[in-house]
Ligand binder design. Sequence first.
Ligand code: ABN
Length: 180
Amino acid sequence: MDILKWIDSLTERSTRKVASQSTRRGFLVGVSKLLVAGAFALPVLPFDRSSSAQAANRDAPKKKEPTDTDCDYWRYCSVDGFLCTCCGGSMTSCPPGTTRSAVSWVGTCRNPADGRDYLVSYNDCCGRTTCGRCLCNTNIRERPGYRMGVHNDVNWCMANQSSLYHCTVSVIVGVEESQS
Ligand code: ABN
């Protein structure tokens, strides 16, 4: 009991002493100084700025550039058919055993590399059954069947000796005049 009283009186005496030696304003000034010092110190504290943010950036999936076997490759902007690049041919040549259609439809596609518009002739390759690989149906600026030259939902092998449709090539036949 005595020890409790002694702790009580000790606490009371030291509290009174602190209270008599300090003012409320002084206390507030001290706290403010601490806050200001903290605000200046914060930016120089050693944060780990190195790896995590950079790694998150680096590991974000990058959009892969389309190649000549992808439907979103610029030259295929108005295709309706199987890409010959997936069928043993190339962008401009028919696979072995097929012949290029005598007639075709055309599309106008912008090349993102130079920003120019190209006239692309989409010819079907004829003489073998459908290739079945890389079916694309992009149809940009395609028009209904009454404008046959820009309609692509047609078997253009109809004018060839064999009307079997195999795949489609995309041949550049014109380019817009440059602006300058
Ligand atoms: N021009 C490609 C194609 C071929 C057959 C049927 C529809 C479209």
